[in-house]
Design a protein around this ligand. Structure first.
Ligand SMILES: [Ca+2]
Ligand SMILES: [Ca+2]
Length: 380
């Protein structure tokens, strides 16, 4: 009796350790309007077609870990809070794939993406195929296959892929979607659908570019990110094409971002963000421009005497003619005075009356043609 009890405990431990590999959260909720979607398997959308076999008999997997070759739509799969997930266990080492066989074909000719969510606790990066039998029917060659390979993958997390299919020639008679694993592993699949959305699910807000004395700083925010990888920062001047700034990749996953470009060119500098999805598809932000006055970048301000009493002498060297503004601020950033000076190219001098200034520490800064070029702390 005691031995049986221990055996039962041992079995229970085995069962629990297998179940612990299941995902504990659902895949991201699909973000697209249902009018843009032709769904094959999803709780979010009404299916566009009937699936004849979720685990076609030509495949090499078991569905739901059960020895049922063709369980079909009616059989229970894994579910999390009522959300159905297809769980495939690859069991045959002659191939690690399983086709989802449609009862009727899908015409995906006006769709732009095939979306698939996939999770594996133990396998490697999966691949997928779109199998189309063409207008001449399944029994007449050719029947075409297109392989879709992701560019990124994380084991033990939902991978949310949108494969761009605009260059897939044959997609008017889609007959199967094939899921291919990397070995005798478990793959969990949800939200298989075609969609015609033209925008990736990253919403960019507040893209702002500012010139500083020696650099240009880009700041931006995102309102939402779905299956998003990150930003490549691209730059161009007046007479050049956009190029990625060397090493300027900013990973996603935050809501506010900043990048400092340390080598802007003299004159106009244009910036845009290449927003790259996890499957490698991308779109561009709007273009932001900023004028960078490299000639004035090495303007230096000299204030004396320091500490000051009644009169502060201010000297600065400008490389261009323009309207310079000398600002006096306290350390809380409050502006106490501003003086306009018509700067000449070369040495410039100005005098500030500081007799009525309270004792304290202040910041004197100089801006030329709208840009702050240098500043110096003074004490009274
Ligand atoms: Ca689902
Ligand atoms: Ca054919």
């Amino acid at each position: 009796m005691k031995k049986n009890y221990l055996t039962f405990l041992g079995l229970m431990t085995t069962v629990l350790s297998v179940q612990a590999q299941d995902p504990t959260v659902n895949a991201p909720t699909p973000p697209y309007a249902s009018s843009l979607v032709q769904s094959i398997f999803s709780d979010t959308y009404t299916n566009a077609v009937t699936v004849s076999q979720f685990n076609e008999s030509t495949g090499r997997a078991q569905l739901n870990g059960l020895a049922i070759p063709n369980p079909g739509a009616g059989n229970p799969n894994l579910n999390i809070a009522g959300n159905q997930i297809l769980k495939y266990t690859f069991t045959n080492s002659t191939g690690y794939y399983t086709p989802i066989l449609l009862a009727t074909t899908i015409n995906a000719s006006s769709d732009r993406y095939l979306h698939i969510d996939i999770y594996t606790p133990n396998g490697g990066m999966p691949k997928f195929k779109i199998i189309d039998y063409g207008p001449d029917g399944v029994s007449t060659a050719p029947n075409s296959e297109v392989v879709l390979t992701p560019t990124s993958f994380t084991q033990g997390a939902w991978n949310s892929y949108d494969f761009l299919i605009t260059s897939v020639a044959n997609k008017s008679n889609v007959w199967k979607i094939l899921i291919e694993g990397t070995g005798l592993f478990d793959y969990y699949v949800d939200n298989v659908y075609f969609h015609a959305s033209t925008t990736l699910p990253v919403a960019l807000t507040d893209f702002v570019v500012k010139a500083f004395s020696n650099s240009v700083v880009l700041n931006w925010k995102t309102a939402s990110e779905e299956k998003f990888n990150g930003f490549e920062v691209e730059h161009r001047t007046d007479n050049a094409d956009f190029k990625a700034i060397n090493g300027a990749f900013v990973s996603g996953g935050k809501n506010t971002y900043s990048y400092t470009h340390n080598n802007p060119a003299n004159g106009n500098n244009y910036y845009r963000l290449k927003m790259v999805d996890q499957d490698g598809t991308f779109e561009y932000s709007d273009i932001q421009a900023v004028q960078f006055d490299l000639a004035g970048a090495d303007v230096k301000i000299q204030c004396y005497p320091n500490p000051v009493t009644d009169q502060l002498n201010i000297r600065f060297n400008a490389h261009t003619v323009g309207e310079a503004i000398i600002s006096l601020q306290d350390l809380q950033g409050r502006t106490i005075s501003q003086t306009k000076v018509n700067a000449t190219s070369g040495d410039n001098q100005s005098v500030m009356n500081t007799s009525s200034l309270n004792k304290g520490v202040y910041l004197v800064s100089i801006s030329l043609n709208g840009k702050v070029l240098d500043s110096q702390k003074i004490v009274k």
